[in-house]
Structure formats: C-alpha cells, structure tokens
Design a protein around this ligand. Structure first.
Ligand code: BTN
Length: 274
C-alpha cells in the first residue's frame, strides 16, 4: 500500500498513529494489545484473521483491506453496540461512492443488519467491533476504554476458495475494476471518524437512521430470525422494518413490533445468506 497517501490522514489531523504491517496474526489483536485514540493498524496479510462468533476471516496478501481502527470510548455502555452500525454505514456509503458509474457499472451496495456489506447477495465486507476496558497511558494516568473497529474489505481478489465461493465476493469480481485500496481506507476512516464523533455528541443514531435503512437489505420484506448459535428451533419469520435510533432491528410479527438486539439473533432472507 502507498504509505504516503495514508500518511495524509495524519497530516489532516484525522489519525494520531498509523501502523502498516506486511504480515500479522490479526490487526484486531494488535489494536487490543496497544489501543489508543485514533490509531489505525493495517496489514497486507493476516495469518489468523478473526470474524464474529469465533469464525476465521480469510485475509490473503495485498488484495484486501484488513484494518483495525482504535478509538477512545466516548459512549455510554448502552450506546456501544451502535458503533457497528456507524462503521457499516461509513463503509457502505464509501463503497457506493467509489463504484465506477462513469463506465456504467454500479452494482447496488447493501447492508445486511447489523454490519455485513453485501453486493449481489454476497458479502464484500465484514466488521468485528471489540471493546477494551481500563487501559492506562502512563503512570498515574487515568484509565481509558477503547473501541476497536476491525474492518475487512474484499477488494481486488479474483476468486475465493470453494467453501466461500457462494457467499463471498470482492469489488473487483463485481465490477471488473481494480481499486486503489489506500484510497478506500482514507475515505472510510474520514467518514467513520466523523460519524463516530457525531454519535458521541448526540448519543443517538437518529442522524443516520434514514441513510442506513435506505441501504438495508430486505427492508419491508419477510426475513428469518435465527439464534446466533445457528439453533434451528429458534427460527422465526417476520417482516423487517429497519433500525431504530439505538441500532436495534425493528421487526413486525402478528401486527406487533419487536426490537432485535445485535449479537443475540442473526437475520437471513427467506432464501439463503442474505
Ligand atoms: C465478520 O464478518 O465476521 C467480521 C470480519 C472482520 C474481519 C476484520 S479484518 C481486520 C480485522 N482483524 C481481524 O482479525 N478481524 C477484523
């Protein structure tokens, strides 16, 4: 990656620290060991990239964006789950902006609640948000809490292993265009920082709810709710009504609206992954 372009984020005062590695286990693990406010950890390859629910995250060399952005926590515990919504919208809007519309190619960028980004029914980005509590910055200093936004974007790969081929895609595979990864990184970090600060001030996601719901897949359609452990007995069919200003998914069932909290339940379309 072109470090000079990324350094622009420091010059503009958006980032405090930037770390670019050739190979790491997981950028989230590095960020959790040494968190700070506005510290960005990026790697060309992750050997043990992690996804949600202990899944592994394929992070091959130089074709994707594998990054973790550490931010000082400015939210109350109730608001923290909303950061995944903030991060998902920031990535989705930047990917939408970067589609090569000038050559007539602009596949729809969609969000699968709470934070997968999807193109043509396949996942192009996953987000793993983690919380680090009570880290001191020096002797006698106050303990701070940090939020780590781990973001994986499949950018220029031309294929996936067989077991992922029907679920995963890349920007290149959907458009035929090769993207400059550092340009995406810069734009995502700027937007994510700005949304995070606004969220910290307002303590509500009302300011981005409409934009998020406009990109939400299956809104006002039937969806299936599945227990996060994949427990089939908990499958429930209902209609998605989009997020509220806390980031919970509103679903309608037998005329009643219920709030679904991220982390407890996953959502599927009626036919497959989305
Ligand atoms: C998911 O969809 O399950 C979340 C995937 C998150 C992957 C990113 S890649 C950068 C960061 N480091 C990790 O080990 N995971 C996140």
């Amino acid at each position: 990656m072109d470090k000079d372009l990324l350094k622009g984020l420091k010059k503009e005062g958006i980032l405090d620290q930037l770390y670019l590695y050739d190979e790491v286990s997981s950028t989230n693990d590095l960020a959790k060991k040494d968190p700070g406010d506005r510290k960005l950890f990026l790697a060309e390859v992750q050997t043990t990239g992690r996804g949600r629910l202990g899944r592994n995250w394929k992070s091959p060399a130089e074709t994707g964006i594998w990054m973790s952005y550490s931010l000082k926590n400015i939210l109350s515990p109730d608001n923290i789950p909303g950061v995944t919504i903030v991060a998902a919208l920031a990535v989705a809007e930047i990917l939408e902006e970067m589609m090569p519309k000038e050559i007539g190619i602009s596949p729809e960028i969609k969000i699968k609640w709470p934070n997968d980004i999807v193109i043509n029914q396949k996942k192009v980005c996953g987000i793993l948000t983690e919380y680090v509590s009570g880290i001191g910055t020096g002797e006698g200093s106050e303990k701070e809490d940090y939020i780590i936004c781990g973001i994986g974007i499949n950018v220029n790969m031309s294929e996936f292993p067989e077991e992922l081929a029907d679920k995963a895609t890349s920007l290149f595979m959907e458009t035929g265009v090769t993207f400059l990864r550092e340009e995406i990184v810069c734009k995502v970090i700027k937007k994510l920082t700005s949304y995070y600060e606004t969220y910290g001030l307002l303590k509500s996601l009302d300011f981005l709810k409409k934009n998020y719901n406009d990109m939400l897949i299956n809104i006002n359609e039937e969806i299936v709710l599945v227990g996060e452990n994949g427990d089939d007995e908990r499958k429930v069919i209902c209609v998605s009504r989009g997020i509220d200003d806390t980031g919970a998914l509103l679903v309608e069932r037998e005329g009643k609206i219920e709030r679904i909290i991220a982390g407890e339940i996953s959502v599927r379309g009626l036919y497959g992954y989305v």
